[in-house]
Design a protein around this ligand. Structure first.
Ligand code: FES
Length: 191
């Protein structure tokens, strides 16, 4: 797969959230972290595909075409094989999220508890337009300021405290629609 074909296959990464993430760059630290993970799989480097993609997303916010090429080169596999993994797992992002990425559970218990209403309210409060999102390739919608982004998620394994959501790595339970403002305030420094 040529570089231009790979670029065409990856969703456009630029969003208002891009300013919060460094552009992909191969540093000595990144190489060392990747090599350490690869060393866990002496029988098959390919098994390190998921760990390397997690490392990339942790450092750069999302999986870009150049990062796919780098992972493929590290593992001596074709970039298309890495792209297949990226597109298969919903947890891998192909565009920059906001500084605070909110994943709202939409599975049965949370849906019945009001997660769709919660999503609508979060979008209303942050100015997020989800009309172009919600497909497999564009699940993320970012606020105009880039500070917040939203995405529906499947069951987050806390059905008894629905509706629930994740903000980056923070888990929030019982987030009824009336608590949307309170939730966002936790991530908005007071003037
Ligand atoms: S249905 Fe939402 S956590 Fe299980």
């Amino acid at each position: 797969m040529s570089h231009s074909n790979l670029e065409d296959s990856v969703a456009s990464p630029e969003t208002p959230g891009s300013k919060f993430y460094p552009p992909f760059a191969v540093t000595a630290e990144l190489e060392a972290e990747a090599d350490a993970r690869i060393s866990h799989y002496p029988e098959s480097k390919r098994a390190a595909t998921l760990p390397l993609l997690h490392i990339v997303q942790h450092h750069f916010g999302y999986i870009s075409a150049p990062s796919i090429e780098w992972v493929a080169a590290k593992l001596s596999i074709e970039p298309i094989k890495v792209l297949e993994v990226v597109t298969f797992y919903p947890g891998f992002r192909q565009s920059a999220p906001g500084k605070f990425h909110i994943r709202v559970c939409r599975t049965l218990s949370c849906a019945m508890g009001g997660s769709y209403e919660l999503m609508d309210r979060l979008c209303e409060l942050t100015g997020i337009d989800r009309s172009a999102s919600d497909s497999h390739h564009h699940p993320i919608a970012v606020s105009p300021c880039g500070k917040f982004s939203v995405e529906f998620a499947e069951c987050l394994a806390s059905c008894g405290s629905a509706p629930v959501c994740l903000v980056n790595d923070d888990f929030h339970e019982g987030v009824a629609v009336g608590k949307a403002e309170e939730l966002l305030a936790k991530y908005t420094p007071q003037a």
